[in-house]
Design a binder for this molecule. Structure first.
Ligand SMILES: [Zn+2]
Length: 526
């Protein structure tokens, strides 16, 4: 008997020795196969590009749930892995805009969404030019000046006044106030009946074709985003807007000039716009997939990555499947490897870690927004770490925490990167407003410090493959899985994230905002 006990004692010493691998050593041992596994599946043609509510989209949700279960993680939303989200979808069939005898046509001149209940719609309202349509206390800017635009059709420029003045709105870098999503939010707050965003290549950062492609199919919304007075949200090409203005002999450049000044006031254009057409609508239920690794406290770190992409679209070069292998299957892969390793080190977790495979990010961060809106333990979330389009190429010399500069997360991460010989860097594409365009942003708006973690742009091929990706393959049918990807960028992304989480757990520090935020919070600061 004694011999047997001694034997087991020795065995347990031995296995104890084996499992005394540190988190860092485990991160160094992440295999290429572990990282390939999820992206290889989600990027496969059979998953059909994972559009929300399609077979491929539903299949991706089930797949996430399976892996969470396999990893031994507990259900993360009301004792379930699946968080149902009711979505409303609208597709415009016909659309015309009439103003002062000028008729504008769908797709060539104007695109948009009708989010009302009628299939045959008609809306008439006075046209008011609202400049950039921005109210931003941080830069003491208010384009509305208490002018009532309720029930009007407002026409706004996209981008922000920093486009013309380096001293405000972070200069040429796109702030949240410059994003079209913000202009729509402000129109809702003001009670407008419709909004038309003026498109120029310069201020939008992309051509009319991009606007046309992304607004010509079904647009999906959360109920909370459409239960308001703003029934029409759309874009008008600058040339078409000029046709309206010519009938009143208004010079567009004069309007633009006025909009650059903080003294700007809304300008009634002296005519009304009649918006009419037909639209189809439907309801669908999709799911965020949520799982948790409980720590010693119920305070939580939330890790996110979106599972959706565009599905099957228009064919180009014989391919119609938007696989979204990098956007965002690679990031989901990174999230799942992170989950696997944190589960192995669960005993070291002070904070609980929640993983959310977010739905409908591409439609406007709908899944993450809904999660933050409805999560009953929102007050217990201390930070959000998001993975988005995780680099799959070689080792890099730099690393990014997009949005890290707004909070103490940056200060926690910098020494970790320094030890690894990695430089802390920023996206070179500053006109893209990346921080506001992925799932970290809804967390930030609910007052939770949030970052998007990613290996940087300088990979060892010397070809800057990551910035290249954004310019060439992003949101095209060419975003496909390649078994020859080196995956070192993903490994770095996972490792730095694990080390950051380890640091937060060891110090029990709670990340804090550290500067004025260039976007409006949706709840009061704590
Ligand atoms: Zn994405």
């Amino acid at each position: 008997m004694r011999l047997i006990i001694t034997f087991f004692f020795i065995i347990s010493l031995f296995t104890g020795f084996i499992s005394s691998q540190t988190l860092e050593e485990r991160a160094n041992a992440i295999s290429k196969e572990e990282m390939q596994s999820v992206v290889e599946f989600l990027g496969n043609d059979l998953v059909e590009g994972r559009a929300p509510g399609t077979r491929g989209g539903n299949l991706s949700e089930i797949y996430m749930k399976s892996i969470f279960k396999l990893l031994g993680m507990v259900p993360g939303f009301n004792n379930d892995y699946m968080q149902p989200i009711l979505i409303k979808g609208f597709t415009i069939d016909k659309l015309t805009l009439n103003g002062n005898g000028v008729t504008l046509n769908y797709l060539d001149d104007v695109v948009g969404s009708w989010v009302g209940s009628d299939e045959n719609f008609n809306l008439k309202g006075d046209a008011v030019f609202v400049g950039f349509g921005i109210t931003a206390g941080l830069w003491k800017w208010d384009d509305f000046k208490n002018v009532d635009v309720k029930d009007k059709i407002i026409i706004a420029r996209v981008n922000d006044p920093g486009f013309y003045n380096n001293a405000i709105f972070e200069g040429k870098a796109l702030t949240y106030f410059g994003r079209w999503t913000y202009h729509i939010e402000e129109a809702i707050r003001r009670g407008a009946a419709g909004i038309l965003l003026i498109h120029t290549d310069e201020t939008a950062g992309y051509g009319w074709n991009v606007v046309k492609n992304s607004w010509s199919g079904e647009e999906i919304y959360l109920e909370s985003d459409i239960s308001n007075n703003l029934k029409f949200r759309g874009w008008i090409s600058e040339a078409s807007f000029k046709k309206f203005l010519e009938t009143k002999k208004i010079d567009i450049n004069k309007l633009y000039e006025l909009s650059k000044s903080p003294k700007f006031k809304p300008i009634p254009l002296g005519f009304s716009i009649d918006i009419s057409g037909t639209a189809k609508k439907r309801e669908l239920v999709i799911h965020n997939v949520v799982a948790e690794i409980p720590g010693k406290t119920d305070k939580k770190i939330v890790i996110t990555a979106h599972i959706d992409h565009f599905g099957i679209g228009l064919e180009s070069n014989g391919d119609a499947i938007f696989n979204g292998a990098i956007d965002n299957a690679s990031a989901v892969s990174a999230m799942m490897v992170t989950a696997k390793i944190l589960k192995e080190f669960q005993k070291d977790l002070y904070y609980s870690v929640v993983f959310v495979a977010c739905q409908a990010e591409e439609a406007g961060l709908l899944g993450s927004k809904y999660f933050v809106q409805t999560y009953k333990d929102r007050d217990k979330i201390i930070a959000n770490i998001n993975y988005e389009s995780t680099p799959v190429w070689g080792k890099t010399t730099d690393f990014m925490a997009v949005g890290g500069e707004y909070s103490t997360i940056e200060d926690m991460l910098k020494p970790i990167l320094e030890k690894e010989g990695l430089q802390y860097s920023y996206f070179s594409l500053t006109n893209q407003g990346f921080y506001f365009r992925s799932d970290q942003f809804p967390f930030a708006r609910y007052n939770i410090p949030a970052v998007w973690m990613s290996a940087g742009e300088n990979d060892d091929s010397g070809q800057k493959k990551y910035p290249q990706y954004w310019k060439t393959n992003y949101h095209t049918v060419n975003d496909e899985y390649d078994p020859n990807w080196p995956m070192d960028g993903m490994k770095e992304t996972i490792k730095m994230t694990l080390l950051l989480i380890e640091h937060i757990n060891k110090t029990q520090a709670i990340p804090q905002w550290k500067r004025s935020l260039p976007f409006p919070l949706l709840i009061d600061k704590k």
